[in-house]
Design a protein around this ligand. Sequence first.
Ligand code: S3P
Length: 445
Amino acid sequence: MSELISRKTTTALKGRPRIPGDKSISHRALMFGALSIGETMISGLLEGEDVLCTAQAMRQLGAKIEKGTDGLWRTWGVGIGNLQTPDAPLDMGNSGTSTRLLIGLVGGHPIKATFIGDASLSKRPMRRVITPLEMMGATFEATDGDKLPLAVQGPEDTLSIEYRLPVASAQVKSAILLAGLNARGTTTVIEEKPTRDHTEKMLSAFGIDVQIETLEDGASAISVTGQQDLQPGAIDVPADPSSAAFPAVAAVLHDGSEITLANIAISDRRNGLYLTLQEMGADIEFTNKRTQAGEEVADIIVRGNGPLKSIDVDPARVPSMIDEFPILAMAASCAEGTTKMTGLAELRVKESDRLLMVAEGLKACGVNLEMGEDWLTIHGTGKPPKGGATIQTALDHRIAMSFLILGSVTDEPISIDDGAPIATSFPNFVKLVNELGCDIGNHNV
Ligand code: S3P
């Protein structure tokens, strides 16, 4: 356990930090590169622990993956249908995305693999991918029916299916599409609420014919025809809007700040936090909009211009900011008035029960709030709460970073019990926000 402490800083934050590569896009770049025959070159890859788990698993499934002395990553794949049975369990660490997507990939191939992970990942539900993959012919042996350690055996002949997602989840959508890559015929996933679409976009960039149709009820049907070859290429991973969210909120909370977050992936599937902060009165400007690796990107200028106003967050926006509720809750705790967030059931099955961890942590910092099964209401005073607590982070990187950002404005410092999980998604977080003007350090220093 590595405790960290965050102390108040009154100076405005300034700078142009280099935000690391997007985690979702990095996972997919490695997976799809490692499925194509020939060389794929990846720049801007996030070198966080979660992504490194994906790289290691793809190697165990037969691909060659290397980081060159030029800093670029290169993959050489075995081709759809040719994955090999790994000779040891695939260790997914803390990474739900690696786990669910790779269960889909393995479940569509006639091979067997066992997935293991850390204490947080071993509590997370896998039924959501098991059900559709069983329909495609895969068989499972899972701890307590749907937890890791979990073994999956894919069928000789993978069946294509049409499947309506019971829960808005890009991971489940992607798992099914990845299994569908090796199925006979066309696999269709129907999603009622739009979730991040990096899998669809990147499969298209690798030459796969992905069809997207809007159905009469407004849902999207995403189809992929199996047994096509992926074409290798080059991918330049944009920066991660979910990581950028932490310095962005830090800047919003420090009056007079101005920071520029360059090259951020900012499609309407990922920009919910930024739109919400704008509605709360934050000064956030999107400049230099362009397309990179098939993704919309922009430079985001964030300025601190006084207290935020409270808001009722539109539940339709939840999938586009699903990972940003912990940091939004920190901002809401400093805002003027009552912020209501609803439709948050999925937060309970992330790296931790994020609804509970946020509510307990904020209460310990002196915030007045109420929490329900899938909602959170935070009563702000227009000033930061008092702070002065040690927060339990339950192996959750986003809980850890959120409370460290809050500690940069509370009168009394905020500590977290364990900063190690930050390395899963944002290894240089502490250095980066300290360079902007925060004061986060080891507990005894
Ligand atoms: C992700 C999808 C989301 C998100 C996760 C990354 C992805 O999970 O929370 O951090 O890369 O597909 P769900 O699909 O469970 O919503």
